[in-house]
Design a protein around this ligand. Structure first.
Ligand SMILES: Nc1ncnc2c1ncn2[C@@H]1O[C@H](COP(=O)(O)OP(=O)(O)O)[C@@H](O)[C@H]1O
Ligand SMILES: [Mg+2]
Length: 309
């Protein structure tokens, strides 16, 4: 069975993960109508996980030892993999996950100073070393992340939503370590992690995400219906302008795809609206000769010799 596509979103609280995961899901749905991406988050996403989420994020929960916190995060993750993520991937679905093991490495490994080694070891033991195909790491400035998270948590508290502000009480030094660990992960695994830095607008971040996802989809033959759209989106560059030329990084894949698409077409040539040029001499003749005759007929209308049907 073809494996699906596993995409995770990472970043500090307030970096925009939840906002962007929804927009990405909508973009994917609009591009592959019969594909319903599976959205999940960590901690949470399962009955057991939701109870763990309440335990680790509620600010009234005090005295949780760092090791306990890490163990709970992995207990949640093991359950989510067994119950939601792996079954969906086995069915060939696209899974979008708000936080995954990189969060544990950044918060417990970096922030709580437990180090990366135990996190990676537990990931191997408890999560079967399941690696995302692509991780979108959102890193706006530390100040704007924290400011946005505080405002959001305040709003949630005003509206009597569940308290998820336990980490908010941490000092700036804790967040600095989380931030640095995230950067370390991005530098260690550049092939998996797409780093989206800086204080960008929601639309700008979305455009970068689409670019990274499109580039990844181009490499996966399981989603052929996505290819033209993905190539076009990849081409749109930072500004989100639509055109059908790929960004330089995608050019090789784009041309390979177009060649393959052309070779699949009906042998008898008919002009394509997307201006794919015929490759064989015979097809080229069938393509150009009628045009040449029509042009000649326009230039010399009186001469019946040039008349075409
Ligand atoms: N790029 C952005 N610029 C300004 N505000 C943003 C941006 N991305 C998200 N926000 C706002 O910041 C708050 C936190 O965003 P959210 O998506 O909940 O972050 P996270 O899930 O990473 O904690 C929300 O109120 C959201 O509307
Ligand atoms: Mg969120």
């Amino acid at each position: 069975m073809a494996r699906g596509l596993f995409i995770t979103l990472e970043g500090l609280d307030g970096s925009g993960k939840t906002t962007q995961i929804r927009r990405l899901a909508a973009w994917l749905k609009s591009r592959i109508p019969d594909e319903e991406p599976v959205l999940t988050r960590q901690p949470g996403g399962t009955g057991t996980g939701d109870r763990i989420r309440a335990l680790v994020l509620d600010s009234r929960q005090s005295g949780l030892a760092p090791m306990t916190e890490m163990a709970l995060m992995f207990a949640d993750r093991a359950q989510a993999i067994a119950e939601v993520i792996q079954p969906a991937l086995d069915q060939g679905k696209i899974v979008l996950c708000d936080r995954f093991t990189d969060s544990t490495e950044a918060y417990q490994g970096g922030g709580r100073q437990l180090g990366s080694a135990p996190v990676l070891e537990l990931h191997r033991l408890l999560c079967n070393d399941l690696k995302p195909d692509l991780t979108l790491l959102l890193l706006p400035s530390l100040e704007s992340s924290l400011e946005r998270a505080r405002r959001r948590n305040q709003r949630a508290s005003d509206q009597n939503e569940p308290d998820e502000s336990r980490f908010e009480a941490e000092q700036d030094a804790f967040y600095q370590r989380v931030w640095e660990k995230y950067r370390e992960i991005a530098a260690r695994e550049p092939g998996r992690v797409a780093l989206i830095e800086g204080d960008l607008s929601i639309d700008e971040v979305h455009a970068r995400i689409v670019e990274a996802v499109a580039a990844r989809l181009l490499k996966i033959s399981r989603f052929p219906s996505m290819l033209p759209a993905a190539a076009a989106e990849g081409a749109s560059g930072r500004g989100g302008r639509s055109c059908d030329r790929p960004a330089p990084a995608l050019r090789g894949e784009w041309f390979a795809h177009r060649r393959e698409e052309f070779s699949r077409r009906d042998r008898s040539f008919h002009p394509q609206p997307d201006r794919t040029w015929p490759s064989g001499l015979r097809e080229r003749r069938r393509h150009f000769y009628p045009r040449l005759l029509r042009l000649a007929a326009r230039l010399f209308p009186a001469n019946n010799l040039w008349a075409t049907p």
